[in-house]
Ligand binder design. Structure first.
Ligand code: SF4
Length: 179
């Protein structure tokens, strides 16, 4: 039997990617990392009224090893930053991160020495949901945008040399934090 011309099978791998993306976008296992007042609105979004189950995202997991979407909800202090990084490192790929509320997106009005000025200084962020706190409609909008990314197979791949350093993370110095 002759060698198979792989280039002729491209249509097949493409369709497989599309099927995987479609399945993944409706099976979101989220890990809620809740630290502050945004948690109230996170819980409001999780109620039956907003029905996150229709997006396949109604079932949070409380182990990062079983989750594929990290919801960071609330203010993150520099003391908490290594914990957040450790949680992220413990999640298997593919994985996505949602910054929930302006505190996680930019530090919000906590422009001070103790607060991380945006969690994207610690972990890669896929979706930013602004607001203080964001309303459930904003959260659902962010979730739909996240589904689009998941369906496209877009996610941040962790470089192998960084993936082996789990637990050795140090918060980077941010000299511009107070500008
Ligand atoms: S964005 Fe507003 S509601 Fe959310 S954690 Fe920050 S201060 Fe609290």
């Amino acid at each position: 039997m002759g060698a198979v011309d792989v280039s002729k099978l491209n249509w097949m791998t493409t369709r497989m990617d599309a099927a995987l993306g479609w399945a993944r976008k409706f099976s979101i296992f989220q890990y809620p990392f809740v630290t502050a007042c945004c948690g109230m609105e996170y819980m409001a979004t999780a109620t039956a009224h907003y029905d996150m189950d229709r997006f396949g995202a109604g079932f949070p997991r409380f182990s990062p090893r079983q989750a594929d979407v990290l919801f960071v909800v609330g203010t993150i202090s520099h003391k908490m930053a290594p914990v957040l990084k450790r949680i992220y490192d413990q999640m298997a790929e593919p994985k996505w991160v949602v910054a929930f509320g302006v505190c996680t997106c930019t530090g919000g009005f906590y422009d001070n020495y103790a607060t991380v000025q945006g969690i994207d200084t610690i972990v890669p962020v896929d979706i930013y949901i602004p607001g203080c706190p964001p309303r459930p409609e904003n959260v659902l909008d962010g979730l739909i945008k996240l589904q689009e990314k998941i369906a496209q197979g877009e996610y941040h791949r962790v470089p192998q040399e960084l993936a082996t350093r789990s637990g050795e993370f140090r918060v980077p110095h941010r000299p511009d934090a107070h500008l």
